[in-house]
Structure formats: C-alpha cells, structure tokens
Design a protein around this ligand. Sequence first.
Ligand SMILES: Nc1ncnc2c1ncn2[C@@H]1O[C@H](COP(=O)(O)OP(=O)(O)O)[C@@H](O)[C@H]1O
Ligand SMILES: [Mg+2]
Length: 239
Amino acid sequence: MPAKIIVVMSPKGGVGKTTAAVNIATAISNLGKKTLLIDANLETPHVAVYYGFVGFKYSLEDVLNERTKIEEAIYTGDNPNFHLLPSRVAKSGTDRSAHKLININLYINKLLGKYDFIVIDSKPSYDIEFIKLIKEANSLIISNPDITSIIEAKKLKQELEDAGISILGLVINKVNTRIKEQMTKKEIEELTRISNIWEIREDNKVYNALKVGIPLVISSPKSFAARDINSIAKQIIRI
Ligand SMILES: Nc1ncnc2c1ncn2[C@@H]1O[C@H](COP(=O)(O)OP(=O)(O)O)[C@@H](O)[C@H]1O
Ligand SMILES: [Mg+2]
C-alpha cells in the first residue's frame, strides 16, 4: 500500500500546527508505522527545532533546488520508524518564494512505497494551492476553540471540499475546560459539520518539550496533551 499522506493545515498561525504535526507523526511512528515528517513550511520552518535537530547539511530547499538527492536530506534517529525531511530557518531577507514547492509531488511520489505515513507541516496560514500540488493528499485541520479560529476552519473545510480534497478531521488544540468562554466540541461540531473532531488540551508541558528539543509524546508521554495526541494517532491509523 502506498503511504497515506497527511497535510497538516491551519487557518491561522500560532494555533499549534507544528506542535500537532510533530507529535502526531512521532506518535504514529511509535505505533510501529514507518513515518516520514516533511517540513514544507519554507517561510517559517520550525519542525527541526522541535527535535532539537541543528546543523544538518541538507534541507527540503536543497532537494527542491536540485542541490542534492532527496535521500541525502532525510534524517533518521533512534526510532527506525521515524524519518525527518527538515527545512532550514532562513536568514532574514532570504527569498523563499513558494514556487520552489511546485515540484514537491514528484519527490513525494518517489517515497510512497517506503512509508506507511507521510506527514507534512504545510505553509503558515492555509494555502489551498499547496495541498492541491500533492496527489492523494489528505488534510488535517488544526484550530483553536475560539470563534474566529473556528470560522476560518469552516471556510477552509468548504474550500477543501470544493477542491475534492479529503479531510481526515479537525483537531482543536489548546482546549482548557476552565475557560468557560471557549467553544465546546458540540458547538464546533454543529458549526463546522466536520465528522472527526479531536481535542488536544492546553498543557504547559508543550513548552517544556520545545525547550528540551524532544517531542512531547516522548519527553512527557503521560501529560494531558501527549495522551490526547496518542489517542488521535491511534484513530488516524485506523481511518
Ligand atoms: N496544547 C498546547 N498547550 C499549550 N501550548 C501549546 C499547545 N500547542 C501549542 N502550544 C504552543 O503554542 C505556540 C504555537 O505553536 P506552534 O505549533 O508553533 O503553532 P503554529 O505552527 O500553528 O504556528 C508554541 O509556543 C507552542 O508551544
Ligand atoms: Mg508552525
């Protein structure tokens, strides 16, 4: 079976898209599925930071610019099921125009037979044109439980449906039941009509994971957010 491709998207920046992409990909690999995580967010790439991974030689940009073969830019660590294709944080003023991404599908195609899952952290805010580049891509929408975020998630859902792109589900991140003003899962379900809605609780351990450069599901597997993410990963591999 070719790899299942999951493009992690969010209608707004700062909602936890990279946190979700990193931890869901890591959790899926911990379930024994061969997983590749690609940082395709060329403008503000942070995936490598979440793994404390610095000083790597080649990045996705080098692959897209034909400076190296894709195999050279894919890194492995302790977990043989997990591979990472990072992007590099650019110096300010660097031109990182999106057109370089136009060939990404050619590279992904070559990798389909090697993985069970390919998880992609996409561009900041959403860009429907990006996901359209990738054949057979499934989208996973990340949002927060506030009305503006949910309105944008609903708009994104509509655009994805109009483009014929499959939606795996909506992840509501930073859920805090003590904040009564947050929208409830039921309200979000009624407003968006997305069939799979999952929640990740707000959790200070997320900041700690970033600080130590080890994904939350590994550094604090018993934390609330890690438990939520592991449960989402288990459900995703069954879809
Ligand atoms: N569940 C959570 N609980 C607490 N903080 C979170 C949670 N998810 C993400 N964050 C924090 O929110 C900030 C933005 O997350 P990030 O994943 O970088 O968002 P995005 O990729 O959407 O811009 C980061 O500081 C991150 O540590
Ligand atoms: Mg991000």
